[in-house]
Design a protein around this ligand. Structure first.
Ligand code: PHE
Length: 452
């Protein structure tokens, strides 16, 4: 069962609360996944739908996850059981754990890529290379059998080390200081990219929505990306909510986290698309987009050598604060539900994740012939987590809040027992009770081809 409420520590300051939740939210999702999803799904049309998804789904669900966590002060499964009074709602927790494994399976691989790119940047490997050379170099690396595995395992061990040593807080604190530098480098990259020849075509692609590009698939991609980037739909923010102080304004905290996360994603787009168009790279490349685009920009930048090392290092740290939060969902669940020592759970889950991530990594090279539903394992994990499990988790959360939980209690929790204004509560409640569940169900049914 869940831990004693008294044994759960609280976040000290308001800034600390925002920074820790933002540490989970800001990661590869913003800088690696967002640009390639936007590139594959019509650019500006995707951006527009994405922002709508963030506001209409992301905001109310983040407030709900915080509120559920703070009210129950337990791991995800425990929280849903406690608030519902029935065992069956614990399924949301189990779903979250499965999702965490799926996400970490490919996330660790990409985090490993960023370590390789720190190494390449430091050994001056980008200099004098043409865009074609740099693309080829990435393909050679990512389809290699051992090299990516090496970095993936290093990253998983680093993550396990942080969790075992219990220094997550320390890492969050360091990252709070370092993330402004990541933003700074993104701004510099953006300026450089925009001023490249034909850079404006990239801005046009990213900001001018072509409404004919909006298809049901684009909508599902944007929705899944919003949940992924905001760490929603799998209980991660429920866990954080359980550490938030009673006097914290949950709505404001959610707004802050969402603003930071969305700004960084947009900035990544501004750094990447002008360069993509200037260099003649295909924006719909897929997961390799960032890794083949940015090294080109660094080679065209004053001080590019240093910026490149710093950028990929900071990207790895941003990824680390996200993987910490993902593996914490697994650790809290398994240790509290099965009464196992945290250390054992961390070691055990890391071993499992080494196997799973290795398979994902190998699926890009030697294992690429092995596909399920036409997808390589790497793409399958990416697809099922973002487009299936996270929306499903969010659906369950909205049904729980909208149809099972007492509205008075949730209003109490969000308004800090009536101390904060409840004027907008009806809007929030309408979104959670009707809009979010109906929209997600409609998107799913459409995906199954039921509307055709
Ligand atoms: N939000 C993280 C990112 O954008 C990934 C993540 C998803 C973290 C779900 C926790 C839970 O990189």
């Amino acid at each position: 069962m869940s831990k004693q409420p008294t044994s759960r520590s609280n976040f000290g300051s308001k800034f600390g609360t925002v920074a820790t939740a933002a540490g989970s939210a800001v990661g590869l999702g913003n800088i690696w996944k967002f640009p390639y999803e936007a590139g594959q799904n019509g650019g500006g049309a995707f951006l527009l739908i994405y922002i709508l998804c963030v506001l209409l789904f992301g905001l109310p669900i983040m407030i709900s996850e915080f509120a559920i966590g703070r009210r129950a002060r337990a791991n995800v499964a425990g929280a849903f059981r406690k608030l519902s009074g029935t065992r069956s709602w614990g399924i949301v927790g189990l779903l979250g754990v499965i999702t965490a494994f799926l996400i970490l399976g490919f996330y660790f691989v990409v985090a490993g890529w960023s370590l390789e790119y720190v190494y390449q940047a430091a050994s001056n490997a980008f200099v004098g290379k043409t865009p074609t050379d740099l693309s080829q170099a990435f393909v050679n690396f990512s389809t290699d059998t051992f090299q990516p595995l090496f970095w993936t395992v290093i990253f998983i061990c680093a993550n396990a080390f942080v969790l075992l040593a219990g220094v997550e807080k320390g890492i969050e604190r360091i990252s709070k200081i370092l993330m402004p530098f990541l933003v700074l480098i993104l701004i510099l990259l953006s300026i450089r990219a925009i001023t490249m020849p034909n850079g404006s075509a990239g801005l046009q692609f990213f900001f001018a929505p072509d409404f004919s590009k909006i298809t049901p698939n684009v909508i599902l991609s944007a929705l899944g990306q919003a949940f992924f980037s905001l760490s929603l739909g799998m209980g991660c923010m429920v866990t954080y909510g359980s550490y938030i102080r009673k006097d914290n304004n949950l709505t404001k905290t959610a707004l802050h986290v969402i603003s930071v996360d969305t700004l960084i994603a947009i900035l990544a787009g501004v750094a990447i698309f002008p360069a993509v168009f200037s260099l003649g790279i295909n924006p719909a490349q897929g997961p390799e987009l960032v890794f083949i685009t940015l090294p080109n920009v660094f080679t065209h930048m004053a001080g590019g050598y240093i910026w490149a090392i710093l950028f990929f290092l900071l990207l790895a740290i941003a990824a680390l604060t996200s993987t910490i939060s993902l593996q914490e969902v697994i650790t809290a669940y398994v240790s509290e539900e099965f009464k196992l020592q945290r250390k054992k759970v961390i070691v055990g889950s890391s071993v499992v994740l080494i196997i799973v991530s290795s398979l994902c990594s190998l699926s890009l090279g030697v294992g690429s012939k092995l596909t399920i539903g036409g997808m390589r394992l790497f793409d399958l994990f990416d697809f099922t987590s973002s487009k299936l499990f996270l929306p499903l988790g969010a659906l369950l959360i909205s049904i729980f809040i909208g149809w099972f939980y007492n509205p008075k209690k949730i209003r109490d929790e969000i308004s800090n027992q009536g101390k904060l204004s409840t004027k907008l509560f009806p809007v929030y409640y309408f979104l959670m009770r009707y809009f979010v569940p109906i929209a997600i169900i409609a998107i799913f049914l459409n995906e199954l081809g039921l509307f055709n």
